[in-house]
Design a protein around this ligand. Structure first.
Ligand SMILES: C[S@@+](CC[C@H](N)C(=O)[O-])C[C@H]1O[C@@H](n2cnc3c(N)ncnc32)[C@H](O)[C@@H]1O
Length: 343
């Protein structure tokens, strides 16, 4: 996952390739990865940062999750973009599109198509998973004539730091898949500060958000249906990552993956519930993770928003809500904010 740091660009294959990947890990004042993981493991209950689960295996499992019948988020967002991408592209108002946590970028393609109809466009996806940056960049360049892709391989802060160091006029930052809700409030604040610092007055920030709804729908959405194990595999992959990267010896069978909706915080919590008391050393981080029987490790939050709260939260960081598109049930939205001139 760690891009290395030799600063070498990797160019994609094929005659029509206009895609490159730049490793940007641990730039600027970003907290080092090990420190972030240690901090999450030290919380009560212990947790793990969302990005840790996304290596090649984790990303492929996430793609499978997006195809589960009850996982409505991807389907609803795609339908919204199919209907409104021309208008959204027009409002983005520039030809440099940055995407946070781009993944497969299958839905982003709709938006980029709209942008290319209006102006030459370059796309700068930021993602921790190099394999997804490579495959999505190659697919987009093969499908969209004239698109330039520069994948920024690292965490959001690293990619945004790189962008600030390579100023090139107006930017639009997009954040799809309701991924903004994978961060808790304090972390969202830090991220909004970084985004605001990276945009100039009048630049656009497009973010999608799942809106709060009933427990039954949410728990069906975030748990495996009978006979499938995409969510289970995705959540257990966090332990595999701890074993591989930091020499831990988690036995995957000791934990039961499940999701619970916490109505007090409007958050779906992805959990790994311990079958018995466990104390697992993580030598690479110098810590031991203790989980009592029935206790759990947190491996993913999905915060559910109300649209006014979202507008206030983003607005507090120097943005005005300009437009929004909701699905027919008003259960999911894409929101376009514009950076104010007053900082
Ligand atoms: C929930 S998936 C969404 C993928 C895609 N945007 C979609 O809508 O299907 C989150 C993506 O963000 C990436 N990601 C998560 N946290 C990240 C971080 N802190 N920095 C960079 N990438 C991150 C993951 O690798 C993954 O590709």
């Amino acid at each position: 996952m760690r891009p290395g740091g030799n600063g070498r660009a990797v160019t994609g294959p094929g005659p029509r390739a206009r895609t490159r990947i730049l490793p940007v890990a641990d730039r600027g004042d970003a907290v080092p990865e090990e420190e972030v993981v240690r901090d999450h493991l030290g919380r009560t209950p212990p947790g793990l940062p969302p990005w840790l689960g996304y290596d090649e295996a984790g990303s492929l499992l996430f793609e499978r999750i997006t195809e589960l019948p009850a996982y409505y988020l991807t389907r609803v967002e795609r339908a919204l973009l199919e209907r409104h991408s021309a208008e959204v592209a027009e409002l983005l108002g520039c030809g440099r599109i940055v995407e946070l946590g781009s993944g497969s970028a299958k839905k982003t393609r709709l938006l980029l198509e709209g942008c290319l109809r209006l102006r030459p466009t370059s796309y700068l996806p930021i993602d921790v998973d190099r394999s997804m940056l490579a495959s999505s960049g190659a697919a987009l360049c093969a499908e969209l004539d004239g698109l330039e892709v520069t994948g920024l391989w690292g965490r959001y802060e690293d990619g945004l730091d790189w962008l600030r160091a390579h100023a090139g006029g107006p930017l639009a930052v997009v954040f799809l898949g309701s991924t903004f809700g994978n961060a808790v409030r304090e972390e969202r604040g830090g991220l909004l500060r970084e985004i605001a610092r990276s945009l100039g007055p009048g630049d656009a920030f497009l973010v999608s958000a799942d809106l709060d709804k009933d427990r039954e729908t949410l728990e069906a959405c975030y748990n495996d249906p009978p006979g499938d194990a995409a969510f289970a595999g995705f959540r257990l992959n966090y332990l595999t990552r701890l074993n591989d990267l930091y020499g831990a010896e988690f036995a995957l069978d000791d934990f039961v993956p499940r999701a619970r909706y916490n109505a007090d915080t409007s958050t779906v919590e992805g959990r790994l519930v311990a079958r018995a008391d466990r104390a697992v050393p993580v030598p690479g981080l110098g810590v031991t993770v203790r989980v009592p029987r029935g206790g759990f490790l947190n491996v993913g939050y999905s915060v559910k928003f109300d649209e006014h709260g979202l507008a206030r939260e983003v607005g507090a960081h120097g943005f005005d809500l300009q437009a929004r598109w909701l699905d027919e049930d008003a259960g999911y939205g894409i929101f376009l904010f514009r950076r104010r001139g007053d900082g």
